[in-house]
Ligand binder design. Structure first.
Ligand code: IMP
Ligand code: MG
Length: 178
């Protein structure tokens, strides 16, 4: 447990709650009359997923996939490994990928290819955070919580060396501390 950092990105609990409610309402509006299938990208998105699905007043199904691109290091390696596959078929489904953060975009690009190969009816992306300055490949984000500057962030499901996922807010360390 390292606790809150004094980096530039600090997003309090109530700001997250409000934004997640807005994202849920936007999704509910866009998917009216349909049954979206939400895919949570473990581990980082588990809290965002739990809050987001409760903010979508529609019939929906969900599943989990685990992908690793980071290991324990703070820098993206560019290598993506499938750690846990989907349980449910996505053929013909309206899929919404639920990600914690889009950094270089490499993980999401890999995942979108992987999903498209299984012929869903549609695929959209909901990401809590995005660091546009760090992007290496362009990826679509249809529902974005917060655009943030380039700092290592953690809390609200995101880890710092596997700890602090249970912080109810998002905090960061200064780049020179990484
Ligand atoms: P990307 O492939 O570089 O876009 O990285 C995506 C994954 O790396 C995210 O889904 C996170 O799991 C992890 N990641 C990237 N930046 C951060 C960060 O600032 N804090 C915690 N995890 C991060
Ligand atoms: Mg992730």
């Amino acid at each position: 447990m390292l606790g809150p950092g004094n980096g530039p990105v600090q997003i309090p609990e109530d700001a997250i709650r409000r934004r997640v409610a807005e994202l849920g309402a936007a999704i509910a509006q866009d998917y009216q009359g349909r049954t979206p299938h939400l895919i949570c990208v473990l581990n980082g998105a588990f809290i965002f997923m739990a809050d987001l699905v409760r903010a979508i007043p529609l019939p929906l199904t969900l599943d989990f996939i685990a992908i690793s691109s980071y290991g324990n290091a703070f820098k993206s390696s560019g290598e993506v490994e499938l750690l846990k596959d989907l349980r449910l078929p996505i053929h013909g489904r309206d899929v919404i990928v639920v990600e914690d953060i889009v950094d270089t975009g490499l993980t999401l690009a890999y995942l979108l290819d992987y999903l498209e190969a299984r012929k869903p009816a549609s695929v959209r992306v909901a990401a809590l955070l995005s660091k546009p300055q760090r992007r290496q490949v362009e990826v679509p984000i249809h529902y974005l919580g917060f655009e943030i500057e380039d700092a290592y962030v953690y809390g609200y499901g995101l880890d710092r060396a596997q700890f602090d996922r249970n912080l109810p807010f998002i905090t960061s360390i200064r780049p020179e501390e990484e």
